[in-house]
Write a protein that binds this ligand. Sequence first.
Ligand code: HEC
Length: 230
Amino acid sequence: MRRFLASIFALGTLTAACHAARAADTLSPLHFQSQGPLGTIDKAAAQRGYRVFESVCAGCHAVGQVHYRDLEALGLTPDQAAGEAVAAGGNLGSPLKGAAPMNMGGAIPPDLSSIAAQRHGGARYIYDFLTGFAPAPAGTTLLPGHYYNTAFPGGETAMPPVLRDNAVTYADGTPATSAQEAADLAEFLTWTADPNLDARHQIGFRAIIFFAFLAIIAIASKRRVWSAQI
Ligand code: HEC
Protein backbone atom coordinates (compact mmCIF):
# COMPACT_ATOMS: atom_id res chain seq x y z
CA MET A 1 0.00 0.00 0.00
CA ARG A 2 2.80 2.38 0.98
CA ARG A 3 4.59 1.64 -2.27
CA PHE A 4 1.37 2.34 -4.19
CA LEU A 5 0.88 5.71 -2.48
CA ALA A 6 4.55 6.56 -3.08
CA SER A 7 4.19 5.84 -6.80
CA ILE A 8 1.06 8.02 -7.02
CA PHE A 9 3.02 10.80 -5.32
CA ALA A 10 6.00 10.29 -7.67
CA LEU A 11 3.67 10.40 -10.68
CA GLY A 12 2.16 13.67 -9.44
CA THR A 13 5.59 15.23 -8.90
CA LEU A 14 6.73 14.08 -12.33
CA THR A 15 3.64 15.56 -13.99
CA ALA A 16 4.15 18.87 -12.20
CA ALA A 17 7.83 18.90 -13.23
CA CYS A 18 6.92 18.19 -16.87
CA HIS A 19 4.47 21.07 -16.78
CA ALA A 20 7.05 23.46 -15.38
CA ALA A 21 9.55 22.40 -18.04
CA ARG A 22 6.97 22.83 -20.77
CA ALA A 23 6.07 26.34 -19.67
CA ALA A 24 9.62 27.43 -20.49
CA ASP A 25 9.55 25.80 -23.92
CA THR A 26 9.79 27.98 -26.98
CA LEU A 27 9.60 27.08 -30.63
CA SER A 28 12.43 24.59 -30.59
CA PRO A 29 11.36 21.98 -30.04
CA LEU A 30 7.90 23.17 -31.03
CA HIS A 31 5.51 22.59 -28.19
CA PHE A 32 1.97 23.69 -27.46
CA GLN A 33 1.12 23.86 -23.77
CA SER A 34 -2.51 23.06 -24.58
CA GLN A 35 -1.73 19.63 -26.00
CA GLY A 36 -1.74 16.38 -24.05
CA PRO A 37 -4.16 14.95 -21.49
CA LEU A 38 -3.21 17.50 -18.81
CA GLY A 39 -2.55 20.44 -21.14
CA THR A 40 -3.67 23.94 -20.26
CA ILE A 41 -4.08 26.93 -22.55
CA ASP A 42 -0.97 29.13 -22.55
CA LYS A 43 -2.87 32.36 -21.94
CA ALA A 44 0.06 34.64 -22.74
CA ALA A 45 0.52 32.89 -26.10
CA ALA A 46 -3.23 32.90 -26.81
CA GLN A 47 -3.40 36.64 -26.02
CA ARG A 48 -0.56 37.26 -28.46
CA GLY A 49 -2.38 35.08 -31.00
CA TYR A 50 -5.50 37.19 -30.56
CA ARG A 51 -3.43 40.29 -31.33
CA VAL A 52 -2.14 38.74 -34.57
CA PHE A 53 -5.60 37.47 -35.46
CA GLU A 54 -7.21 40.87 -35.22
CA SER A 55 -4.48 42.69 -37.12
CA VAL A 56 -3.72 40.10 -39.83
CA CYS A 57 -6.40 37.42 -40.14
CA ALA A 58 -9.65 39.28 -39.33
CA GLY A 59 -9.47 40.95 -42.74
CA CYS A 60 -10.63 37.65 -44.27
CA HIS A 61 -11.73 35.34 -41.44
CA ALA A 62 -14.31 35.55 -38.66
CA VAL A 63 -14.28 33.77 -35.28
CA GLY A 64 -18.00 34.23 -34.81
CA GLN A 65 -18.32 31.90 -31.80
CA VAL A 66 -16.09 34.11 -29.64
CA HIS A 67 -17.36 37.32 -28.06
CA TYR A 68 -15.39 40.16 -26.54
CA ARG A 69 -16.62 39.14 -23.07
CA ASP A 70 -14.91 35.74 -23.56
CA LEU A 71 -11.51 37.47 -23.73
CA GLU A 72 -11.67 37.83 -19.93
CA ALA A 73 -11.02 34.07 -19.79
CA LEU A 74 -7.68 34.76 -21.51
CA GLY A 75 -6.67 37.11 -18.71
CA LEU A 76 -7.90 40.46 -20.03
CA THR A 77 -9.59 42.60 -17.37
CA PRO A 78 -13.27 43.47 -17.99
CA ASP A 79 -12.14 47.02 -18.83
CA GLN A 80 -9.56 45.80 -21.34
CA ALA A 81 -12.13 43.48 -22.98
CA ALA A 82 -14.63 46.36 -23.13
CA GLY A 83 -11.88 48.58 -24.60
CA GLU A 84 -11.26 46.02 -27.37
CA ALA A 85 -15.00 45.83 -28.07
CA VAL A 86 -15.48 49.59 -28.22
CA ALA A 87 -12.40 50.01 -30.47
CA ALA A 88 -14.04 47.53 -32.86
CA GLY A 89 -17.33 49.42 -32.75
CA GLY A 90 -19.20 46.85 -30.64
CA ASN A 91 -19.83 45.93 -27.03
CA LEU A 92 -18.88 43.04 -24.72
CA GLY A 93 -21.62 40.87 -26.23
CA SER A 94 -20.48 41.32 -29.86
CA PRO A 95 -18.62 38.56 -31.68
CA LEU A 96 -14.96 39.39 -32.40
CA LYS A 97 -14.62 41.65 -35.40
CA GLY A 98 -14.03 39.57 -38.53
CA ALA A 99 -14.71 39.60 -42.23
CA ALA A 100 -17.98 38.55 -43.86
CA PRO A 101 -17.62 35.46 -46.10
CA MET A 102 -16.03 36.33 -49.47
CA ASN A 103 -15.07 34.32 -52.51
CA MET A 104 -11.33 34.07 -53.16
CA GLY A 105 -10.20 31.95 -56.07
CA GLY A 106 -13.28 29.78 -55.64
CA ALA A 107 -12.69 29.27 -51.89
CA ILE A 108 -14.28 31.01 -48.93
CA PRO A 109 -12.10 31.87 -45.90
CA PRO A 110 -13.73 29.67 -43.24
CA ASP A 111 -14.87 30.89 -39.83
CA LEU A 112 -11.93 29.87 -37.64
CA SER A 113 -13.79 29.46 -34.30
CA SER A 114 -13.48 25.67 -34.27
CA ILE A 115 -10.94 25.02 -37.03
CA ALA A 116 -8.50 23.50 -34.48
CA ALA A 117 -11.09 20.83 -33.71
CA GLN A 118 -12.06 20.34 -37.34
CA ARG A 119 -8.59 19.61 -38.67
CA HIS A 120 -6.56 16.52 -37.93
CA GLY A 121 -3.53 17.62 -35.89
CA GLY A 122 -5.27 20.71 -34.43
CA ALA A 123 -2.75 23.30 -33.25
CA ARG A 124 0.14 21.56 -34.99
CA TYR A 125 -1.70 21.56 -38.33
CA ILE A 126 -2.53 25.26 -38.01
CA TYR A 127 1.13 26.01 -37.30
CA ASP A 128 2.29 23.85 -40.22
CA PHE A 129 -0.28 25.45 -42.54
CA LEU A 130 0.70 29.01 -41.57
CA THR A 131 4.41 28.28 -41.96
CA GLY A 132 3.97 25.91 -44.92
CA PHE A 133 3.96 28.42 -47.79
CA ALA A 134 6.84 27.80 -50.17
CA PRO A 135 7.73 28.33 -53.83
CA ALA A 136 6.01 25.67 -55.93
CA PRO A 137 8.39 22.88 -57.03
CA ALA A 138 9.49 23.09 -60.65
CA GLY A 139 6.93 21.61 -62.99
CA THR A 140 3.93 22.30 -60.70
CA THR A 141 1.15 24.36 -62.24
CA LEU A 142 -1.02 26.06 -59.65
CA LEU A 143 -4.67 26.93 -60.17
CA PRO A 144 -5.21 30.67 -60.70
CA GLY A 145 -5.22 32.56 -57.38
CA HIS A 146 -3.66 29.63 -55.53
CA TYR A 147 -0.45 29.30 -53.53
CA TYR A 148 1.78 26.34 -52.83
CA ASN A 149 1.55 25.11 -49.23
CA THR A 150 3.26 21.97 -47.94
CA ALA A 151 0.70 21.32 -45.16
CA PHE A 152 -2.52 21.93 -47.10
CA PRO A 153 -4.10 18.76 -48.52
CA GLY A 154 -3.40 18.78 -52.24
CA GLY A 155 -0.56 21.26 -51.82
CA GLU A 156 -2.29 24.41 -53.09
CA THR A 157 -4.54 26.80 -51.23
CA ALA A 158 -6.49 29.92 -52.09
CA MET A 159 -5.16 31.61 -48.95
CA PRO A 160 -2.19 33.87 -49.68
CA PRO A 161 0.87 33.82 -47.40
CA VAL A 162 -0.05 36.74 -45.14
CA LEU A 163 2.10 36.17 -42.07
CA ARG A 164 5.24 38.32 -41.90
CA ASP A 165 7.93 38.86 -39.29
CA ASN A 166 6.91 41.74 -37.02
CA ALA A 167 3.35 41.91 -38.36
CA VAL A 168 2.55 43.06 -34.81
CA THR A 169 4.59 44.31 -31.87
CA TYR A 170 3.99 42.11 -28.84
CA ALA A 171 3.28 43.99 -25.61
CA ASP A 172 5.17 41.35 -23.58
CA GLY A 173 8.36 41.87 -25.61
CA THR A 174 8.31 38.43 -27.31
CA PRO A 175 10.09 38.76 -30.70
CA ALA A 176 7.33 38.59 -33.34
CA THR A 177 8.93 36.24 -35.86
CA SER A 178 6.44 34.72 -38.28
CA ALA A 179 7.00 31.28 -36.66
CA GLN A 180 6.21 32.77 -33.24
CA GLU A 181 3.08 34.44 -34.63
CA ALA A 182 1.98 31.13 -36.17
CA ALA A 183 2.51 29.27 -32.88
CA ASP A 184 0.60 31.94 -30.94
CA LEU A 185 -2.27 31.84 -33.45
CA ALA A 186 -2.37 28.05 -33.11
CA GLU A 187 -2.73 28.39 -29.32
CA PHE A 188 -5.37 31.13 -29.71
CA LEU A 189 -7.41 29.01 -32.15
CA THR A 190 -7.08 25.97 -29.85
CA TRP A 191 -8.70 28.08 -27.15
CA THR A 192 -11.50 29.37 -29.42
CA ALA A 193 -12.26 25.74 -30.40
CA ASP A 194 -12.29 24.52 -26.80
CA PRO A 195 -12.68 27.40 -24.31
CA ASN A 196 -13.33 24.98 -21.41
CA LEU A 197 -10.22 22.87 -22.02
CA ASP A 198 -8.54 23.84 -18.72
CA ALA A 199 -11.61 23.07 -16.60
CA ARG A 200 -12.20 19.80 -18.45
CA HIS A 201 -8.66 18.58 -17.88
CA GLN A 202 -8.74 19.64 -14.21
CA ILE A 203 -11.99 17.79 -13.57
CA GLY A 204 -10.67 14.72 -15.38
CA PHE A 205 -7.50 14.71 -13.27
CA ARG A 206 -9.50 15.01 -10.04
CA ALA A 207 -11.84 12.25 -11.17
CA ILE A 208 -8.86 9.93 -11.77
CA ILE A 209 -7.48 10.66 -8.27
CA PHE A 210 -10.95 10.08 -6.79
CA PHE A 211 -11.37 6.72 -8.52
CA ALA A 212 -7.83 5.69 -7.54
CA PHE A 213 -8.69 6.20 -3.86
CA LEU A 214 -12.04 4.48 -4.37
CA ALA A 215 -10.19 1.49 -5.81
CA ILE A 216 -7.82 1.38 -2.81
CA ILE A 217 -10.78 1.40 -0.39
CA ALA A 218 -12.60 -1.26 -2.41
CA ILE A 219 -9.54 -3.54 -2.51
CA ALA A 220 -8.83 -3.03 1.21
CA SER A 221 -12.41 -3.79 2.24
CA LYS A 222 -12.58 -6.83 -0.03
CA ARG A 223 -9.43 -8.22 1.59
CA ARG A 224 -10.82 -7.55 5.05
CA VAL A 225 -14.19 -9.18 4.36
CA TRP A 226 -12.68 -12.26 2.70
CA SER A 227 -10.02 -12.74 5.38
CA ALA A 228 -12.68 -13.58 8.02
CA GLN A 229 -12.25 -17.15 9.33
CA ILE A 230 -15.48 -19.07 9.81
C1 HEC B 1 -6.48 37.56 -47.83
C2 HEC B 1 -7.43 36.75 -47.11
C3 HEC B 1 -6.92 35.86 -45.99
C4 HEC B 1 -6.20 36.24 -44.90
C5 HEC B 1 -5.69 37.62 -44.53
C6 HEC B 1 -6.05 35.05 -44.09
N1 HEC B 1 -6.66 33.99 -44.69
FE1 HEC B 1 -6.79 32.09 -43.96
N2 HEC B 1 -7.83 31.51 -45.59
C7 HEC B 1 -8.17 32.33 -46.65
C8 HEC B 1 -8.85 31.53 -47.65
C9 HEC B 1 -9.40 32.02 -48.98
C10 HEC B 1 -8.91 30.21 -47.15
C11 HEC B 1 -9.49 28.97 -47.83
C12 HEC B 1 -8.35 28.25 -48.49
C13 HEC B 1 -8.74 27.10 -49.34
O1 HEC B 1 -9.75 26.44 -49.05
O2 HEC B 1 -7.99 26.83 -50.32
C14 HEC B 1 -8.26 30.24 -45.85
C15 HEC B 1 -8.12 29.14 -45.03
C16 HEC B 1 -7.57 29.16 -43.76
C17 HEC B 1 -7.49 28.02 -42.87
C18 HEC B 1 -8.07 26.65 -43.12
C19 HEC B 1 -7.12 25.76 -43.86
C20 HEC B 1 -7.78 24.42 -44.10
O3 HEC B 1 -7.21 23.41 -43.67
O4 HEC B 1 -8.87 24.39 -44.68
C21 HEC B 1 -6.87 28.44 -41.73
C22 HEC B 1 -6.52 27.60 -40.50
C23 HEC B 1 -6.55 29.83 -41.93
N3 HEC B 1 -6.98 30.23 -43.16
C24 HEC B 1 -5.92 30.59 -40.97
C25 HEC B 1 -5.60 31.93 -41.17
C26 HEC B 1 -4.90 32.71 -40.17
C27 HEC B 1 -4.49 32.21 -38.80
C28 HEC B 1 -4.74 33.94 -40.72
C29 HEC B 1 -4.01 35.11 -40.12
C30 HEC B 1 -2.60 34.96 -40.06
C31 HEC B 1 -5.33 33.94 -42.03
N4 HEC B 1 -5.85 32.68 -42.27
C32 HEC B 1 -5.37 35.03 -42.88
C33 HEC B 1 -7.92 33.67 -46.78
C34 HEC B 1 -7.21 34.43 -45.87
